[in-house]
Design a protein around this ligand. Sequence first.
Ligand code: GCW
Length: 717
Amino acid sequence: MKKILLLCLFFVTMLTARADDGYRLWLRYELVSNPQLLANYRNAITSIYFAGTSAAIIAAKDELQMGLEGLLGRKYVLQNNLSSNQLVIGTPKSSPVVAGLSLNAQLAKAGDEGFVIVNSKKDQKNIIAIVGNTDIGVLHGVFHFLRLLQTQQNIQSLSITSAPKIKYRLLNHWDNLNRTVERGYAGYSIWNWHTLPGYIDQRYIDYARANASIGINGAVVTNVNANATILTKEYLEKVAALANVFRPYGIKIYLTARFSAPIEIGKLKTADPLNAAVKQWWKDKIDEIYKYVPDFGGFLIKANSEGQPGPQDYKRSHADGANMFAEALAPHGGIVMWRSFVYSNESPEDRLKQAYAEFKPLDSKFKNNVAIQVKNGPLDFQPREPFSPLFGAMPKTPLFMEYQLTQEYLGFSTHLVFMAPLFKEVLNADTYQKGKGSTVAKVLDGSLDGLTLSGMAGVSNIGNDINWTGHLFGQANWYTLGRLSWNYELSSAQIANEWIRQTFGNTRQLVDTVDKIMLSSREAMVNYMTPLGLHHIMGYGHHYGPAPWFDKASRADWNPVYFHKADSVGIGFDRTEKGTNYLSQYAPEVKKVYENIDTCPEEYLLWFHHVPWNHKMKSGRNLWDEMCYRYYAGVDSVRLMQKQWNSLEKLVDKQRFNQVKMLLAVQEKEAVWWRNSCLLYFQTFSKMPIPAGYEKPDQTLEYYKNLNFPFAPGNGR
Ligand code: GCW
């Protein structure tokens, strides 16, 4: 009887071990599956030497013990004397043993947050040293080392020196205080303001661990459409509690500042940034924040954009507004991230031109703890956009990159879209600011213009869903933001490979197949949503699904018809000199390529040109046929992704396998919906048939136009 019970227990444990809800993200620390490698690792690591007492080093030690226990199936005790086959972790400052390793030359390159990992010999003993100049550096090193084991790398001749290329690596949460998330598709906000500061959810700690593991060092925890309440005493106590959780992981907390807060919570009559009382109010408020959070990072501010208050309400400039905050933050070491996402309610000007028009003249007007945070493209996180012309146009001002991880325009959390290729495409784009090779990446890291502030932010896709991001593959985009901001030279393939191995395992077939799915997914989505440079043709307000016909918005530039301009002659937005001349905002070399319809890369064709339906494309097809071809190819790619995923049934645990399978089916259905409704609608202009051989749309245009989604998620109200 006892035997049977034990056997049952064994099977139950096996089963639970197999089920995986995705909560552990890429920090799963499963037993190394390759027996030879496991033996090698176990031989190489028999104990841990550790020095230091700070919360950060304790976090590093805890993570290492937990990780090794899972990966190597053994408990590791700490030793304070050196022995062979030991992992030595610490800083030269905290440990004479570490100082004695003579790693100064490498450490000089590791900076404040980086690390050195080497195989070394000390007193005839073989060791692996994970060291940093700071305890946070050690923590990053420990996470990197665990990544090496999780991805089954050789650890016999390690010689790694790593330092982040970008200084501020941030998540921007668009989370409201009532826990709704603007453009959030993974449940409610993970910040439970109601139970803070008394209750610290384990999720906050796991969130910090996950971020630290990929080098993210800051979190803006509130929505850019800001609420002044976060700045009140009651909420600052809650903010302080979160900051305390983040601190050991090297993560600073940031807030969004509502420009009109002095009126709303300060009882002033104005929020004019040049008014002495207003300035004093912010100074006092900022001093107060630092009493709660001594290492507060600063503010992210959306002003005079989409109805948010700002300095222009008082006829002041963005620089006047940003500098007011900057002055008050400077003594504490805080920064201002001022967003360039502005477009005016009144101006009929091409919306794409407005950010540049407002910000370029302000180059050199900002205090040196101000950065301008620029969305990757000139419009709004579309599936594909050219790079924003602000990159390359403000050499005296640090520009931070803003990417959107949450998939507002990329299929919400039901579509599998790996964004590294999108992010890389922008980073690699050449601005020609100082001639060939002036890439966006070089603008961003400050090297092109000798600037010291540098930053990359991702609008978070995290919610309180069990697996954090709704779609399991959304985790890969969070992962990408961290890894790329640490080292933007990593390729999309490298990032995918690392993520897959940590998230699913190292089996060759599994890694290769998921890799194919991920690397093809972004192009697939562009094809079934907005091929050839189409943009902003999604549903109104909630942005769910296609609505290229929509023309009822209160502003022209919220209407899809404004952006695609389809008519009987052709389709696309003429942004050349003959059109809005948006192209003049780029360097002449860039402009030249795009303005000529023959040299303009076809993926941007309809961004820059109004193109006749019978225009001959590179493939030999006319524009209409090419558009059909792309839309159909997009759907086909999703079907291929489904097939590829299905081939992995035996290699992925059931729970995650089924989740992804179901979501791919939703994606396929929605890809067909995008394809059919866009083609049926554009066909009313082209008057050309969908070429023979393609499956015909099974619904009418009217059917698609009548679809209605009053409760589509993400509006956040
Ligand atoms: O893309 C738009 C979103 C808004 C968002 C805005 C912004 C926070 O639809 O929901 O508001 O961008 O970036 O400020």
